[in-house]
Design a protein around this ligand. Structure first.
Ligand code: HEC
Length: 158
């Protein structure tokens, strides 16, 4: 009984998208909301200066508000079609490396954990439609982003 159940379960396992664990994505969500989420919004959809964007710009620190103002109130999305057009053909490792550049936002959040950037990347991949699996994401994961998020169409982000 148990044996055959295991075979069925592993037979259904897809290799697509299983490039991070659900624990990484969950830790990433928590870290994201304290850091990148301040500017890129809690829905990862970025800012265009609309009043419904959360968190509200007025609730942010002076430094964050200034940063956003420098870009005329616009912050690019980290999920959805526009993001995937720009990042879909890159590798997960390249995405981690780009996210590393935004680590300036860790200081204000009191984060020091270097692993957080990898976890945030896992969360971003998940919001873009990638599925978690048993394989942890690392700084050298060379999977093409769009091959992990290819079911994005089936589960669009709001
Ligand atoms: C203080 C506000 C702020 C914070 C915090 C912030 N960002 Fe950004 N981010 C921006 C703005 C504004 C831009 C657009 C200007 C630029 O490219 O530098 C941007 C651009 C980006 C881009 C380029 C997007 C593209 O498609 O070209 C990525 C990727 C990115 N941020 C990721 C992150 C990640 C990951 C974090 C958290 C670790 C983060 N950002 C934290 C404001 C912020």
């Amino acid at each position: 009984m148990l044996g055959s159940a295991l075979i069925v379960a592993s037979g259904q396992q897809s290799h697509r998208g299983g490039i991070f664990t659900s624990a990484q994505a969950e830790a990433g969500r928590v870290a994201y909301e304290k850091t990148c989420g301040r500017c890129h919004t809690l829905t990862l959809t970025g800012r265009q200066g609309k009043p419904e964007e959360r968190p509200a710009v007025s609730s942010l620190s002076e430094a964050d508000q200034k940063f956003i103002q420098n870009y005329s109130g616009r912050v690019p999305p980290l999920a959805g079609e526009v993001f995937l057009q720009r990042w879909g053909s890159k590798t997960a490792a390249q995405l981690v490396a780009r996210f590393q550049e935004a680590r300036f936002s860790f200081e204000e959040a009191g984060l020091t954990d270097d692993e957080s950037i990898v976890q945030i990347t896992a969360y971003v991949l998940q919001v873009n439609g990638a599925k978690s699996g048993s394989q942890p994401l690392t700084r050298t994961t060379d999977t093409i982003v769009s091959s992990a998020t290819s079911n994005f169409e089936a589960s669009p982000v709001r």
